[in-house]
Design a protein around this ligand. Sequence first.
Ligand SMILES: Nc1ncnc2c1ncn2[C@@H]1O[C@H](COP(=O)(O)OP(=O)(O)OP(=O)(O)O)[C@@H](O)[C@H]1O
Ligand SMILES: [Mg+2]
Length: 294
Amino acid sequence: MTPPDRIIPESAAPNHPGEREIILSARDVCVSFGDNLVLDHLDLDVYRGEILGFVGGSGTGKTVLMRAILRLIPRQKGIIRILGENYDEVEEAKKIKLDMRLGVLFQHGALFSSLTVRENIQVPMREYLDLPQPLMDELAELKVAMVGLAPNATDKYPSELSGGMIKRAALARALALDPDLVFLDEPTSGLDPIGAAEFDELIAQLRDTLGLTVYMVTHDLDSLFSVCDRIAVLGKKRVLVEGTIDDMLSFDDPWVQSYFQGKRARMIPGRIDKQETKQDPGQNPAGSKKSEAE
Ligand SMILES: Nc1ncnc2c1ncn2[C@@H]1O[C@H](COP(=O)(O)OP(=O)(O)OP(=O)(O)O)[C@@H](O)[C@H]1O
Ligand SMILES: [Mg+2]
């Protein structure tokens, strides 16, 4: 038996009015590779329509969790429910239908280098749908426009694109099947601050116009302060805290304090200074690089 879908009251999701549907929930998730226990009894909720920023030191398991949620790597324990369904309990045909409602932008190697942008965007269409080529072409062109790329980018190869264009093209591919929930693993890494801010704006626009839910792994403090509705912090092999920026600023943990109240975070324009850092708390409790925050 799995628990029924939970409805979380406003008090538990303070950024949003009314009751909110949980689109993704992870409960008691454990993932290890041999002796390397990466995730240990992790819980996480993502609400429909939100942009959730998922942060944590390098090597703490952010990508592993995303891959475990997407069933790309096995987990040893725990229940993951997506779009109201427990993947472990649904039949294969339903799994495919559920997969079609998820879009993914991976951290590295976002696009197939031997395919044009058009062909990259059409990969999920070919995998899951049986559409005539002219319709797939029209859809690919639509997705290219949706992510703010010029039409002439459609027939370029990834090697002919800038880093920012590659991210946008990869986002277009993630949106190929009109998903409900998109997973973005460090979508703005490697972009200059202006490109990153534009990408954030694009994500917010797409969320607003398409009603997307966005699960975004990021180290980008600007994104966390400007575009994320809520944030979850991975540390000590589990989610240490999830909530609003205010919740992060007041959360009593050295790494969280260092990250959100550190020198770089304090330089973000317009940030709410609930508490100024009294001292640099130093080490990340999860044993990861402090340099992530500084
Ligand atoms: N397929 C795998 N096989 C064995 N170990 C793995 C595998 N994938 C990840 N790991 C290990 O899991 C841990 C977490 O890795 P992960 O890639 O999730 O980190 P991350 O939080 O995404 O870091 P970053 O911010 O640098 O991207 C690391 O110790 C990594 O070596
Ligand atoms: Mg990663």
